[in-house]
Ligand binder design. Sequence first.
Ligand code: TXA
Ligand code: MG
Length: 306
Amino acid sequence: MNTSSRVSTDIDAASSILTHGGIVAIPTETVYGLAAIALNETAVGRVFSTKGRPTSHPLIVHLSPNDDYGRWGVLNEAATSIAAAIWPGPITLLVPRTRLVPDWVTGGRDTVALRVPAHDMTLSLLKQLGDAVVAPSANRFGQVSPTRAEHVLADLGEDVDLILDGGPCEIGIESTIIECTSNNLQILRPGKITAVHIAEITGLQLAHTDGPSRAPGMMIAHYAPKARVELCASLAEASEKNSHYKNGGISSCIVHHEDPAEYALSVYDDLRAADTQGAEVVLAVMPPDHGIGKAIRDRLTKAAAG
Ligand code: TXA
Ligand code: MG
């Protein structure tokens, strides 16, 4: 239970704070975001400074399903099909921006990232606002993304005006980012929605994109807890290393779930728990390299580079 007055379920209060140029942490189906009205330069500036994020790293514009997406970006046929099939849902479309979109959102790029999040509370908020918000994950730059209101409170505390508590996030890792600036679709950040889903929706084959995610600002070290993260190919390997560390007087713990969806849901929580318990080493078991497992592997690889 949260006792802080900053944590609330009051959508009217959140709407009023945003309208007056404040910043509010909002729940989504993926992770919590730190929202400000996209067209308010000062408010968006506060999002960057609160996160400690360089202003050259562009932000995702979050829209309501009632919005005219074409005001913000130019959606080609593939992007339109993906939006129709998945929004509200965990996909971010990278498309050419319109003249409405300010440089302070895109870091001066000619593309904009758009997404309609699937969370009832945030959808009500967006509808009430009638204005789009930017929302990067509500953590300090480079650290572990928040999947509960308590995580945001622990990370950002007094620096946000309100934390809208929509309960634990349903998916637990960030949206898939797909570049739709041509018919050569490319996944820049893996997530729950995979290349297989996109190919089914659009009828287009996606370029082969293995390796770490390539969206700007997603540097090699990211999503990192304070503990050192070591990647393990199997639970057996992690268990063996765990005993080895314990025998050597080093506090270590294992992060692993058999079910990939369950793993995605709890991976950030588990990394945070490792820090809370004062673990020096996290032994993270890599899930199989398909489905949402690809996204978990991406985040763990970056956490290990931290
Ligand atoms: O699930 C999500 O997408 C969450 C929730 C809160 O919606 N948001 C999120 O935002 O993960 P953030 O800022 O932590 O990650 C957004 C990524 C960054 O790596 C950024 O560089 C990339 O999207 N991005 C945004 N706009 C872009 C653009 N115009 N061109 C290329 N990459 C862009
Ligand atoms: Mg982030």
